[in-house]
Design a protein around this ligand. Structure first.
Ligand code: AMP
Length: 139
C-alpha cells in the first residue's frame, strides 16, 4: 500500500489543519489526540512519509521510538500517571484508521479503564492545559 498525502496527519504536519503540538524536531512531531482514551493521550509521528511500521525506514523509526520513550517518561510525571499504554496499529485489519505512522502514548491510572474510542474531547482548552504540562517539562 502506498502513502497517501491527503491523510489527516499529513495535513497537520503541513499546517493545513490545527493541532495541539507538544514537541517537534527534524524527524518527529508530537501532539494531543483529539479523541483521548485517557487524559493526556499523546500521538508521536514521524515527519517522514510513512504509512505505518511496515514501510518506515529503520533510522526514521528509531527517532520516533526515542521520542515515544521520552514522552512516556514525561507523561508519567506530567499527569501523575500510574502507568503508560503504548499502542500502534498497522493497516485496516490491524486496527489502523489514520494512514500515517503513529504511536499512541496513553497515561493510565490504577483501577481506571481507557475511555471507549471515537469520543471527541469536549473542551479543546483541556488539550492545551495537558499539552502545557508536558511542554513545561521540556523547557
Ligand atoms: P488509529 O489509526 O486507529 O491509531 O487512530 C487514529 C487516532 O488519531 C485516533 O486516536 C484519533 O482520535 C486520532 N485523531 C484523528 N484525527 C485527529 C486530529 N485531527 N488530531 C488529533 N488526533 C486525531
Amino acid at each position: 500500500m502506498r502513502y497517501d498525502d491527503s491523510n489527516i496527519f499529513a495535513k497537520i504536519l503541513r499546517g493545513e489543519i490545527p493541532s495541539e503540538k507538544v514537541f517537534e524536531d527534524n524527524q518527529v512531531f508530537v501532539f494531543m489526540d483529539i479523541m483521548p482514551r485517557s487524559p493526556g493521550h499523546l500521538l508521536v509521528i514521524p515527519k517522514a512519509k510513512a504509512r505505518n511500521i511496515l514501510d518506515i525506514r529503520k533510522e526514521e523509526l528509531h527517532a520516533v521510538i526515542d521520542s515515544v520513550k521520552k514522552m512516556a517518561e514525561l507523561a508519567m510525571q506530567a499527569f501523575n500517571a500510574d502507568g503508560i499504554t503504548i499502542q500502534q496499529f498497522n493497516e485496516d485489519s490491524g486496527g489502523q484508521e489514520v494512514f500515517h505512522l503513529h504511536f499512541h502514548v496513553i497515561p493510565r491510572y490504577s483501577g481506571e479503564r481507557m475511555q471507549s474510542p471515537g469520543q471527541m474531547v469536549k473542551d479543546m482548552s483541556n488539550l492545551k492545559i495537558q499539552a502545557d504540562k508536558i511542554r513545561v517539562l521540556l523547557n
